[in-house]
Design a protein around this ligand. Structure first.
Ligand code: C2E
Ligand code: CA
Ligand code: CA
Length: 659
């Protein structure tokens, strides 16, 4: 059974190895035309040496055999460079076996038929022709063992029988010689075929491995460029696409636009509804944005809750504004998610490309637009315009000026009184920094303090303010105190705190300088902030938590930090006469401070009505324009002298305006 199977596999090319079949067909179609050429050329030469034989043998039969051979050559030639299917290749090979047998038999029989018409030399030529041609054929058919064997057997068996039957020992010897050589050649051919098959298999394996490696590398590349959560391209792919699209736009003389879409307060969504819901919001966002985009728009997820778009086509301010409004209003639609229906909004910033633009500059403008949107039009879209460009130039000029400022000469301080209603006197002043640039003039702290924090010069400013405050406090009679504002950068930096402590100590302790800190300045690193506050407390300073009520989790800080007082933000004071909620919050804060044994300062009191309500709610320490605007050193001294003269009973000092 196995033998039969093996014989079948030997004579009929099995379909289970397409690579081998294709390689065999490839080699076969290249070598077999040569075999036919040899066969025909040798046949013609043999005919020429036997011209004395009947023409049917010297012309007709070789012509028929030659025609069959030429027809085969033509067919093989036709397919030699064509892509053929596995099935076609197999059919070609399977047909070659009987054809080889028939032609082997045909040419051999024809050559032997000439034998009786020749003399001894011509007969030797017949023997030589059959022998050498058989060897040539076996060699040329090396890619198809069955065909090589068929050709060899069908040409040699009649030849050998014929020579054996002649009874001439020399002819028998010649036949034996030939059989031995052909058998040896067949053996070598079979061995070579095995090596050939192994080579094809290993090449196939190599190609498969290469394909696998390529596939893995393609998959890695895909994953490296895709955001796993939303399936959108990630920042890396966005940057790459932006570079290409910008180049293309420049080449075409067109423009593109970049948009950033940032979810407002996404952290709160995660905190309130959990991260799983946060993820679903992002997936739904991605789906909504993809649903809105035109086919040429590229959408990516750039960061946790930031999406990036690249828009092609017209980039007029009108189109970008419409597009932004559509995006933002789509995000505002309620999210119906399993177990949660969060309401989410997103702000967007758009920027159109300019001639000779770079991807970086374009993204910077879109970033700036979203920054403006977050500040001025939260939940809406802002398109970068010339106004923003001039704002940026102004900010850059200011940043440069601040970097190069002579802080000692340009920074000066004003003082705003803090009035204690229970003692009916001013107990201290808040120190407020001012910057007067020789060319740019007065610049508000609302502008330059955040800028100083951004460009890293805030600690130098704190040092300058503190030095000037220390000089001033020495002139102020006891027990008046000064309160200096600290920024987040001061609190998180060991060097900044050490410098503050060193400066205060150089003036002698216990000192009369207090410090105001904000929640944002402690929230990043509570442990470090606590350590910093402890060093300040050890100087004899008091710590106030500024802008209370504007942060997220004020009570946590009140509980955890070593505070002496809380300063209620002026936004509550402004509404205290009109808004019952503000009143309730203020009442709760007063009670909280009383329970904790710390004092409570109200900021921004501008009217008598506000003061009346605050006093009614239990407020004691007041600060605001009603008690005095930020004033110069001289005015502080005058202000104090007036209080001492007995005008100490609370007097609104709206006229105490700093020059
Ligand atoms: P802040 O610490 O909350 O300072 C109080 C701000 O409210 C001051 O503005 C003050 O002029 C203003 N103000 C006081 N009373 C009233 C009032 O009755 N009505 C109104 N509408 N405003 C009032 P200023 O001086 O412009 O300072 C703004 C912010 O700049 C300060 O807010 C503080 O955060 C920062 N700042 C000022 N000086 C310094 C400083 O030396 N260092 C640091 N790190 N920040 C400072
Ligand atoms: Ca303050
Ligand atoms: Ca404040």
């Amino acid at each position: 059974m196995t033998l039969l199977k093996n014989l079948e596999r030997f004579f009929f090319v099995p379909p289970d190895n397409p690579e081998l079949i294709q390689s065999q067909a490839h080699g076969f179609t290249r070598q077999v035309p040569l075999m036919y050429a040899v066969l025909l050329a040798n046949a013609i030469i043999l005919s020429l040496t036997h011209l004395s034989a009947p023409p049917i043998l010297t012309i007709v039969v070789p012509a028929i055999l030659g025609a069959i051979s030429l027809w085969r050559v033509a067919r093989l030639w036709f397919v030699r460079d064509a892509e053929i299917s596995d099935w076609q290749a197999r059919r070609l090979l399977n047909r070659a076996v009987p054809v080889s047998a028939v032609l082997g038999l045909g040419f051999s029989a024809w050559a032997l038929s000439l034998y009786p018409y020749g003399n001894a030399f011509q007969q030797a030529h017949v023997a030589f022709y059959i022998g050498i041609t058989s060897l040539g054929c076996v060699y040329c058919l090396m890619h198809l063992r069955a065909a090589a064997l068929s050709a060899a057997v069908c040409s040699l068996v009649p030849f050998a029988l014929f020579f054996f039957m002649q009874g001439n020992p020399v002819l028998v010897a010649m036949a034996c010689n030939l059989i031995i050589v052909v058998c040896a050649l067949l053996f070598v051919t079979f061995l070579n075929f095995r090596t050939f098959a192994e080579l094809v298999a290993s090449r196939g394996e190599m190609v498969r491995r290469q394909d696998e490696t390529q596939h893995l590398s393609d998959e890695n590349k895909r994953l490296a460029n895709i955001d796993a959560l939303t399936g959108l391209p990630n920042r890396r792919q966005f940057d790459h696409a932006l570079g290409l699209m910008l180049e293309q736009a420049k080449a075409d003389g067109t423009d593109i636009a970049v948009a950033r879409l940032d979810i407002d307060g996404f952290k709160a969504v995660n905190n309130i509804f959990g991260h799983a819901t946060g993820d679903r919001v992002l997936i739904e966002m991605a789906r909504r944005v993809m649903g809105l985009r035109s086919p040429s728009t590229f959408v990516a997820r750039l960061e946790a809750d930031v999406f990036g778009l690249i828009l092609q086509g017209p980039v007029s301010e009108k189109r970008l504004t419409d597009c932004g409004e559509l995006l933002c209003s789509t995000v505002r639609e309620p999210f119906v998610l399993p177990g949660a229906n969060p309401h989410v909004s997103a702000s967007a910033g758009f920027a159109a490309s300019r001639p000779n633009d770079t991807a970086e500059a374009l993204c910077d403008r879109a970033d700036y637009a979203i920054f403006v949107a977050k500040q001025e039009a939260r939940g809406n879209a802002v398109v970068f315009s010339d106004r923003h460009a001039s704002d940026i130039s102004r900010v850059r000029a200011l940043e440069h000026a601040l970097h190069t400022a002579d802080l000692d000469a340009e920074i000066y301080i004003l003082f705003q009184p803090q009035f204690d209603m229970s003692q009916n006197r001013t107990t201290g002043y808040e120190v407020l920094a001012r910057w007067r640039h020789p060319v740019l003039g007065e610049i508000s702290p609302v502008d330059f303090i955040p800028m100083a924090e951004r460009i890293g010069v805030i600690s130098k400013i704190t040092q300058t303010v503190l030095r000037k405050a220390l000089a001033m406090v020495a002139q102020l009679p006891r027990p008046l105190r000064l309160s200096v504002n600290l920024s987040a950068h001061d609190l998180v930096s060991h060097t900044a705190i050490e410098a503050i402590v060193a400066q205060v100590e150089s003036f002698g302790t216990p000192c009369r300088i207090d410090f105001e800190i904000t929640e944002t300045s402690v929230m990043h690193d509570m442990a470090q902030a606590n350590a910093a506050l402890v060093s300040l407390l050890s100087l004899g300073s008091r710590i106030a938590l500024d802008d209370f009520g504007t942060g997220h989790s004020s009570l946590t800080y009140v509980q955890k930090l070593p505070l002496d007082r809380i300063k209620v933000d002026r936004s509550f004071v402004a509404e205290v006469t009109s808004d019952p909620t503000s009143r309730a919050i203020i009442k709760t804060t007063v009670d909280l401070c009383r329970n904790l044994g710390i004092s409570c300062v109200f900021e921004g009191i501008e009217t008598e009505e506000q003061l009346d309500v605050l006093v009614g709610l239990g407020g004691k320490v007041m600060q605001g324009y009603l008690f005095g605007r930020p004033m110069s050193e001289d005015m502080v001294l005058q202000h104090h002298a007036r209080e001492l003269r007995g005008d100490g009973i609370y007097v609104p000092t709206l006229l105490d305006v700093a020059s």
